[in-house]
Design a protein around this ligand. Structure first.
Ligand SMILES: Nc1ncnc2c1ncn2[C@@H]1O[C@H](COP(=O)(O)OP(=O)(O)O)[C@@H](O)[C@H]1O
Ligand SMILES: [Mg+2]
Length: 312
C-alpha cells in the first residue's frame, strides 16, 4: 500500500506519518527508492497507536460471534477480525463448531486422535497441547467432528455449559483477545460460548426472512444474560453488523430496517469475491488482496468494535 493511501486512511500528513512510524518503532519495508511499502498490519498498528497503552493494560476480552443462521459469515469474520486483532495483541481463536470450518480456514485438519476441543473438555490439563500457533501472535484451539458425539453424550449435564468458561479462566491471561466461532444452531456450543464471553457480535446477511432470525438469537442471548446465578458474569451484545452487503434495492432496504430496529455497527462488509478466494488459499483478506473492499471494511469494523469495547 502506498504512503498516500495510508495518509488518507489515517488522516495524517506525511511528516506526522513518518514520525509515528519512528515513535512506535514499526518495521515498515521500503522500496529501492526509499518509499515505504505499507501492509494492513502497519495501518492497523498505526491506527490504534493512540490506544496502544489502553490495549496493553486492558484485561483479556472474550468475544463470541454468533447467529443461528448458517452461511452469514461467522467463521469468515472470526478469521479476518482475529487477524486484525493479532496485529495489536496476542489473540486466540476457538472453534466451537464440529464442522471445524474455522480450523480448516487456518489450514488445520485434525485426525480423531489429535488433541482438539473435546479432549480439552474431557481433561483441561491438555489445553496447551491442543492449542496451535498459526502465526506470530495468533493461536487456535481447533475442533474435530468428534465434538458432535461429545456434545450428545454430555447434553443435560448442567456443569457442561460452564466448561469453556472454566478453561478460559486458566489460560485467558496469556491473550489480549479471544474470539469464539460458534455453529449455526441455538445449542450447547452457543451457551458455552456466551457464558465464557464478555461480548457477542452478530453478523447479519440482508436477505428476505433473515430479520426474523435476529429476534431468535437476541432472545437466546438475553435469556443467558438473565442468569443471575453466576458471579462476575457480564455479557454485552456489542451489536449486529451487516455482511455480504450489496448495493441494490433489497440489500439497502433490509439494511436500513435492521439499523433502525437494532443496535447495528455503521460498517457494512461488502460482498466481495476476494473473501472467498482468500479462504480458498487460507489467507486472511488483509494479506490476500489489500485493495479489496472487504479488507477496508474489516479494518473499519475492527476499529468500531474496539471503540465500543473501550467505551463499554
Ligand atoms: N463479505 C463476503 N463476501 C463474499 N463472500 C463472503 C463474505 N462473507 C462470507 N462469505 C462467504 O460466505 C460463505 C459462508 O461464510 P461462513 O463464514 O462460512 O458462514 P457461517 O460461519 O456463518 O456459516 C463462505 O463461502 C464465505 O467465503
Ligand atoms: Mg461457520
Amino acid at each position: 500500500m502506498k504512503p498516500k493511501k495510508v495518509e488518507e486512511l489515517l488522516e495524517l500528513t506525511r511528516p506526522t506519518l513518518l514520525q509515528r512510524i519512528k515513535d512506535h518503532d514499526l518495521d515498515v519495508p521500503k522500496t529501492n527508492s526509499g518509499e515505504n511499502v505499507f501492509r494492513w498490519k502497519h495501518v492497523i498498528q498505526l491506527q490504534f497507536n493512540a490506544k496502544y497503552s489502553y490495549i496493553q493494560n486492558m484485561n483479556t476480552k472474550v468475544i463470541s460471534i454468533c447467529q443461528n443462521k448458517g452461511g452469514v459469515g461467522k467463521t469468515t469474520s472470526v478469521i479476518n477480525l482475529a487477524t486484525a486483532f493479532s496485529y495489536l495483541g496476542k489473540t486466540l481463536v476457538i472453534d466451537l463448531d464440529g464442522q471445524s470450518n474455522l480450523s480448516q480456514g487456518f489450514d488445520v485438519y485434525l485426525n480423531e486422535e489429535d488433541y482438539s476441543i473435546s479432549d480439552v473438555f474431557e481433561n483441561t490439563e491438555v489445553v496447551n497441547d491442543a492449542i496451535r500457533q498459526i502465526n506470530d501472535n495468533l493461536y487456535l484451539l481447533p475442533n474435530h467432528l468428534k465434538f458432535e458425539r461429545w456434545k450428545k453424550n454430555n447434553k443435560g449435564d448442567t456443569k457442561t455449559v460452564f466448561i469453556l468458561k472454566k478453561i478460559l479462566k486458566k489460560i485467558k491471561h496469556d491473550y489480549k483477545f479471544i474470539l469464539i466461532d460458534t455453529p449455526s444452531s441455538l445449542d450447547l456450543s452457543l451457551e458455552m460460548a456466551l457464558y465464557a464471553s464478555n461480548y457477542c457480535i452478530i453478523p447479519f446477511e440482508p436477505q428476505p426472512f433473515s430479520l426474523e432470525g435476529i429476534t431468535n438469537i437476541l432472545d437466546e442471548i438475553e435469556s443467558i444474560q438473565d442468569n443471575d446465578d453466576i458471579i462476575n458474569f457480564d455479557l454485552k451484545i456489542l451489536g449486529i453488523f451487516i455482511n455480504m452487503y450489496e448495493k441494490n434495492n433489497l440489500g439497502t432496504q433490509i439494511s436500513e430496517v435492521v439499523s433502525e430496529r437494532f443496535n447495528t455497527f455503521k460498517t457494512k462488509i461488502r460482498k466481495t469475491v476476494a473473501v472467498q478466494q482468500a479462504q480458498a488459499v487460507k489467507v486472511p483478506i488483509f494479506e490476500f488482496d489489500e485493495n479489496s473492499n472487504a479488507a477496508l471494511d474489516y479494518y473499519n469494523l475492527t476499529f468500531e468494535i474496539l471503540e465500543k469495547i473501550i467505551e463499554a
